[in-house]
Design a binder for this molecule. Sequence first.
Ligand SMILES: Nc1ncnc2c1ncn2[C@@H]1O[C@H](COP(=O)(O)OP(=O)(O)OP(=O)(O)O)[C@@H](O)[C@H]1O
Ligand SMILES: [Mg+2]
Length: 502
Amino acid sequence: MSANGFVLGIDLGTTNTAAVAYGPESPGPVSILHGRDQPVMPSVVSMKNARLPIVGWLAKDMLLTDPLTTIYGWKRFLGRSPDSEFVARYRARFPFRIQGDDSGRLGAVVGNQVVPFVDIAAMVLDQVRLQTSAMLSRSVRDTVIAVPAHFNHAQRSAVIEAAARAGLNVMSLINEPTAAALAFGLDQKLQSRLLVFDLGGGTFDATILELTENVFDVKATRGEGFLGGIDFDRAIMNRLIEYCRQTHHIDPSEEPIVAQRLLNAAESAKRMLSAHECVDIRVPMIGMDRRGDSVDLEYRLDRRELEQLTAPLVERAIGTVEEMMRESGFERQHLQQVIISGGQSRMPLVLRRIEQALGQAPWTHLDADTCVALGAAVFARSHEHLDGAVLLDVLSVPIGAVLPGGQTQLVFPANTSLPAQRAIAFDGRTDDRGVSIGLFQGADIAAPDRQMLGILRVPSHMLPRGERFLIELDLSEGLHLRARFRSSTQTVPLVLEGAGAA
Ligand SMILES: Nc1ncnc2c1ncn2[C@@H]1O[C@H](COP(=O)(O)OP(=O)(O)OP(=O)(O)O)[C@@H](O)[C@H]1O
Ligand SMILES: [Mg+2]
């Protein structure tokens, strides 16, 4: 039992962070409020004064006035290496500069220093801890944090490191769609196979689970690390910029503050268009015309145009679901229920396309803002209750090995049930230098953006002459990897050396 009996579930979202606590006396969950009486807090940190960072709602307000020192969208960069292809592709989309610090940790440049994104994550989590203490009048340390299902080992480690820095003890991580399913299945004692469609602010995951009583058995999962509401906002913003260029001969993209105001206007318009057919966007003073007069942007956006602009993004999400179903052998008639989580899933086009692709209207009654935090809290509580939820999970990102000859071998394919054991077999060899194999994780284990998990070395004196041997690998539920060398005469544990990003 945790020290004072309270446990916390945290949804560390790209755009918003939410937390739900369970206490020993209170039978129900308590949603932690984060100022402005909101159950969520923007995952935004203002570093305008680097010694006094501001987190949450006030920081979000500062996006408009100080875009170069207000850090948002950082979750998509957690656990990534500064020289990765991912960073090269996406860094230009942010007003602040993104680069590695002296020890190779990726972060945002503020003044003349790099603030690592893992530190930014720690500031957000620290704020959650402070809010929780303030609301419950006690300190809470034990937590379950939800992460995107497709997060790899390095991304998960970064979240755990950030939590430790914020004074939190991570009992375990849980995948976001699984947490949403837990919130859905809470006390329902259902028996059903569900698909969770989770399109949030920055990331997308689809997961199929089977629920039997209180057992949540994940069967398949697939996701994308750069697909979410922010991309929808940008698609609208790009349309507004094009309009300003054509009509007013002004390029707002050159001015970070104006671009940020357009992005905010785009986001509000997008939300309004989930409930209305048409919205008038108005952004005053976006620049000067040729006569030196100040120009206001006025643009009428209707739902049809919004859908045209963002259809390619929706199709990427639907395509990911279809691929996951194909890969795992499920068909739409195998699904009893489709549930949505994540704010961007509320868009009518998304709901329509889910219904077309899966043959049933999704269940839309989960509270999109807090369901993931609630599911994480349910799981945290179940660590302490023997009759609590039981979670059986799968590996979301495959793990493979590069063998001494240079060829790659898939060792743990996507959707392998966890925990799992596999062995790599070697024919008898008498190599004087021993044998080394590299272990990697990535959607395509031969692709350059794969992540290196480490190297296993078997020294030459251990190699049996002319006889087969095995390297056995155990992968735990928390993605901890353990390795052993096994021959007919001995079994020796191996150390995974030099883990880091490739
Ligand atoms: N009614 C709505 N219609 C369309 N989009 C919406 C609506 N409500 C919220 N959104 C969008 O949902 C996104 C935020 O969703 P959510 O809070 O689930 O994301 P997150 O948890 O921060 O991110 P992630 O889970 O991807 O890390 C924002 O882009 C927001 O604009
Ligand atoms: Mg989310």
